[in-house]
Structure formats: structure tokens, C-alpha cells
Design a protein around this ligand. Structure first.
Ligand SMILES: NC(=O)c1ccc[n+]([C@@H]2O[C@H](COP(=O)([O-])OP(=O)(O)OC[C@H]3O[C@@H](n4cnc5c(N)ncnc54)[C@H](O)[C@@H]3O)[C@@H](O)[C@H]2O)c1
Length: 520
């Protein structure tokens, strides 16, 4: 590796996407080398938790900004990492993803051009698509459907590479393009659908490990420390712009990966197979001869060592879950509707949160507290029909008590009914925002005369809630002017709906997190 010690110190370096998985490790690394680091991120998929430990560092500055919009800063080097990177986040808003890739790249390239700074683009192995050449060399041009559901990311990254190359040719900008292959390690988001995080969480919970397809598709995984060393070597190498592959050629099947994770976690999970995902590449392995030749770089961390460190991190994270409060008229027992079932799916799908569910008791023989793996149900009332009213009265006080120890960032309620009234009262005392979940059936109910009678209460609840999931356009129009909330349909039990709700949920949590810590 070429080392230029004297020049490395005190550089002004910008890391876009610095609050993400890779970006936060990069910030750590650059600070330990004595540089002044500015991290720009809008928390679209990253987390303040990843950089919390840096916020008081004298050489670290955080700017909350969306790179789709231009900004100016004095810099010597730019690492452009900002981009929704996991399939769940980049498919959530595909237009936003491609805008980040294209407009974000233009803005960062302009910044580099104005400053005469070096700039690195975090490109991806996805630019090879479902490759017909194996392993993939930098000269391979890829096999990609430009109109598929993953194209916003794949083609966006390809367009960014084009922009980088053209800025180098036309304006002499000093560029670096690294094509990153699957990377794993501590600080990966827990529930963004990437294969390693999915499997580890499922294994830690002794749940079935879900493989899409037959599990014979291959991937090669690189530990984060190896990637950071490769990126630094590339930036510090003064004359080679790339593109260059950074990955671990140690290829394995997804099935083998699942088996290894089960073994290392000592889990009792079984492997189950689900239908294949559209455009899922069957083979992925980098040819890293160019990186060896130009940078004298190769991955050094063996898979088992890296995996053990990642599992340790996940164990800690699963322990320190975010607490979410839910008010639900009924839950689990004695009866439940579709919406309660949807919420149950969500609870299952979000293992890094602990759900505290306050519900009516309705039956005297039910236990007051029911503890699950990532949820606790607290049943309030006397075990009869009056419990729905008691939920609205007793629920907020129960919630206040729990709030003292659990510090809820957010409350949910199911339908604008008794539970929502409880959430509204709880918000009045605690200032904790809440979102209301609706179901398709509510719309039909709204036609009902009885519901019209309590319409003013409905309206108040909708106005005061932080996010609403509504099933119908008319309803959306009606409520859009009412307040600051986001609206998504919530009508089926499909995985897609659940993903959407998860994304919204994360956005809200991040929005709240922002308020909790003031960056320097
Ligand atoms: N993790 C991998 O295996 C992998 C593989 C190939 C390429 N990459 C690339 O590396 C980069 C970092 O990936 P990661 O795994 O750390 O993902 P990540 O989601 O953890 O980090 C991306 C960060 O960018 C931020 N961001 C997204 N859009 C933004 C915008 N418009 N303005 C400002 N900030 C924005 C997000 O909030 C997040 O903090 C991405 O560009 C990704 O495409 C990652």
C-alpha cells in the first residue's frame, strides 16, 4: 500500500453518507489519521447512532443535508457515499434513489471541481447486474435490465460512473471510482433486508432462516476493515482513477452462509426456501487482480473472524432495542381484527424494537402482562365490555409510568378509536408523538352514521397524530391539510406493505433522533 504520511494529516475531507454503515467507519478511520472530517448525511437510511461517538470530536463536523441539493464547503478530498444502498431503502423511493445518484454526483463533482479536490465515488458490483462473465473484471460492462425494479440503483450508479469519467475528461477533475462488492460488519442496519443482517437476526431469534430461491446463488463478502483499507489506498494512490473492484473473492452459496451463521450463533433455526426475487444475480465474485497490482491491496480478514465480530455487534443491538408504545383496543386475545394482525406481523418483522402494547383486557382470566420476545402486552381494565372506555382513561397513565423507564420516542395507535384517544392524552402529558394505523375496513365504517357522530374526535386525533396510514385517496385528500404527517396505504398483509410501514417508521424515528442530539 502506498503511504503518504506527511500529506495525510490535517486534510479537509468530506464524507457524504457518513452516518451510514460504511461512511461511519470511514469517518472513524480518517479521524484517526489526523484529518478534519465533515460528514454530510440526511439520515435517509443512516443513523445518528453510528456517529454519536464522534459528535464531540474536535476534528469532526456534521452537516445535515441532502446531496440532491448543491452546497459549498472548502475541501481537499471528497468520498461520495450518500445513497440509499440496501434493496429495501433504494426501492422504497426509486426516483429519489436515482436522483441521489445522478444529481448528488453532479453536485459533489462540481464541489470537487471548484475546490480542485480529489473525489471518490462509492460505486458497486451491482453495475455488473446478473453477470455473464465470472468472476467480474473491471473491463466487463455488465448485464442489466434498465427498466427493472433494481435499475434505479444499478443504472443510477452506472450513470454516476459516467459522470465521474466525463468530469475527469472534460474538466480534469481528479477522480477515483471504487466498485464495492458485498460488505459486512458492525454498524450494518439491523433490518434493511441485507442477507447477512437478515440471517443473523433470524438466527439470534431462533426463527426460520429465509432463503429466496434455492440458495445456490453465490455471493462473496468483504469485512468492513478490508474495504476501508482499500478505499484509503485508492484515494492515497495519486495516479490511478479506476474503476477498481474492492471485494473478497472468497465466494460462497447463500445456503452455506445460512449454515455458518446457524453454527456460529448456536441457533436452533431451520432454513426455509421462498420464491426467487426478480433480477437477483445468481453469481457474484470480484476479480481483484487490478487492486492487487495498483494498490497492493487484498482482503485480510477471514470470513469466520469477521462474522463473529458482526454477530457480537448484533447481539448487543438486539439487547438495546428502541422501545415503541402501541395502544390497541384489543390485541392478541380475546379477539383481533386484520389491523391487529398486521401490527403483529410488523412486530415480528422488527426485531430491533421492543413493542409495549397497551390493550383492553376484555376477559377476566387473561393475564395482566404477557411477555413476548420483542413485545410486552399490558392489559388494562376489569375484564369486560367497559374496558374499551377504561383503555382511554387508564391507558395514558399506564403509558406515563412505562415512559419513565422506557423513554418512548414514538407511540402508535390502531384506528382513531379508544386507543388513539389514549395516545392523544398521553401525547398531551408526555409530548411523545404518535401515529395512527388505519385499515381498509375503516373507510367503510366511516360511512356509518355512528362514526359520523364522533367525527370531531376523529378529526382531532388525525390532526394531532404524527403519521397516518390511510387506505383511500379521498381520505388522503381530506386529511392532507390537517398536519405534519406522512401517508401510506396500509391495507394488506403483504411483505411490501410491511416494508413500507417499516420505512416510514424508521424515517420518523430518525427525525426524532435528530431532535435528541444537537450536532456540532
Ligand atoms: N454495503 C455494501 O455492501 C455496499 C456495496 C456496494 C456499494 N455500496 C455503496 O456504498 C455506499 C454506502 O453504503 P452503506 O452500506 O454504508 O449504506 P447506508 O445506507 O448505511 O449508507 C448510506 C448513507 O447515505 C445517506 N444518504 C442517502 N441518500 C442521501 C442523500 N440524498 N443525501 C445525503 N445523504 C444521503 C443515508 O442516510 C446513509 O447514511 C453507498 O453509496 C452504496 O451504494 C455499499
Amino acid at each position: 500500500m502506498k503511504i503518504m504520511k506527511s500529506k495525510e494529516k490535517n486534510k479537509k475531507i468530506l464524507v457524504t453518507g457518513g452516518a451510514g454503515f460504511i461512511g461511519s467507519h470511514l469517518c472513524d478511520y480518517l479521524l484517526t489519521r489526523g484529518n478534519k472530517v465533515t460528514c454530510v448525511d440526511n439520515f435517509y437510511s443512516g443513523s445518528k447512532d453510528n456517529i454519536r461517538h464522534l459528535l464531540s470530536h474536535p476534528n469532526f463536523k456534521f452537516i445535515e443535508h441532502d446531496i440532491i441539493n448543491p452546497f459549498f464547503l472548502e475541501v481537499d478530498e471528497i468520498y461520495n457515499l450518500a445513497c440509499p444502498a440496501s434493496p429495501i431503502s433504494y426501492q422504497f423511493d426509486p426516483v429519489y434513489t436515482i436522483k441521489t445518484n445522478v444529481l448528488g454526483a453532479v453536485n459533489m463533482l462540481e464541489l470537487a471541481r471548484t475546490n480542485g479536490a480529489k473525489i471518490m465515488q462509492a460505486s458497486t458490483s451491482e453495475i455488473y447486474g446478473d453477470p455473464l462473465e465470472h468472476p467480474q473484471k473491471e473491463t466487463y460492462c455488465g448485464n442489466i435490465d434498465p427498466t427493472g425494479p433494481r435499475s434505479c440503483y444499478d443504472e443510477g450508479k452506472r450513470a454516476a460512473e459516467t459522470l465521474f469519467s466525463d468530469y475527469a475528461r472534460e474538466f480534469n477533475v481528479n477522480i477515483r471510482i471504487v466498485r464495492i462488492f458485498n460488505t459486512y460488519g458492525p454498524k450494518m442496519a439491523l433490518d434493511d433486508g441485507r442477507v447477512i443482517s437478515n440471517f443473523i437476526i433470524q438466527a439470534l431469534k431462533n426463527e426460520d432462516i429465509t432463503i429466496y430461491g434455492r440458495g445456490n446463488q453465490t455471493r462473496s463478502f468483504m469485512y468492513i476493515d478490508d474495504l476501508i483499507a482499500g478505499m484509503a489506498a485508492m484515494m492515497e494512490n495519486s495516479d490511478f482513477g479506476g474503476p477498481i473492484n474492492l471485494g473478497n473473492p472468497n465466494e460462497m452459496t447463500i445456503k452455506k452462509l445460512a449454515q455458518m451463521i446457524i453454527k456460529l450463533t448456536g441457533s436452533g433455526s431451520k432454513i426455509i426456501y421462498l420464491p426467487e426475487v426478480t433480477n437477483d444475480p445468481q453469481k457474484r465474485r470480484p476479480d481483484i487482480s487490478l487492486a492487487k497490482e495498483k494498490l497492493n491491496w487484498r482482503p485480510r480478514v477471514d470470513f469466520e473472524t469477521g462474522l463473529k465480530k458482526t454477530i457480537e455487534y448484533f447481539k448487543e443491538r438486539v439487547k438495546n432495542k428502541t422501545n415503541i408504545l402501541v395502544f390497541s383496543t384489543v390485541y392478541d386475545d380475546p379477539i383481533e381484527g386484520n389491523l391487529e394482525k398486521n401490527v403483529k406481523d410488523l412486530v415480528r418483522e422488527m426485531p430491533n424494537f421492543h413493542f409495549h402494547i397497551i390493550a383492553g383486557k376484555f376477559r377476566s382470566d387473561l393475564p395482566k402482562i404477557h411477555q413476548g420476545e420483542n413485545f410486552t402486552i399490558y392489559r388494562v381494565g376489569i375484564g369486560g365490555n367497559l374496558d374499551k372506555y377504561l383503555l382511554a382513561l387508564i391507558g395514558p397513565f399506564k403509558a406515563m409510568k412505562l415512559h419513565k423507564s422506557h423513554k418512548f420516542p414514538l407511540a402508535w395507535s390502531i384506528r382513531a378509536t379508544y386507543g388513539s384517544l389514549a395516545a392523544l392524552i398521553f401525547k398531551f402529558f408526555s409530548k411523545v408523538p404518535f401515529m395512527v394505523l388505519f385499515h381498509q375496513a375503516d373507510l367503510a365504517k366511516a360511512e356509518h352514521r355512528k362514526v359520523r357522530l364522533i367525527w370531531p374526535i376523529y378529526k382531532l386525533i388525525l390532526k394531532k397524530s404524527g403519521a397516518i396510514h390511510l387506505p383511500d385517496d379521498i381520505f388522503i385528500k381530506e386529511q392532507r391539510s390537517a398536519g405534519d404527517y406522512e401517508i401510506i396505504p396500509f391495507s394488506t398483509e403483504s411483505t411490501l406493505e410491511i416494508r413500507k410501514v417499516k420505512e416510514i417508521h424508521h424515517k420518523i424515528i430518525h427525525k426524532l433522533n435528530k431532535k435528541l442530539v444537537k450536532p456540532k
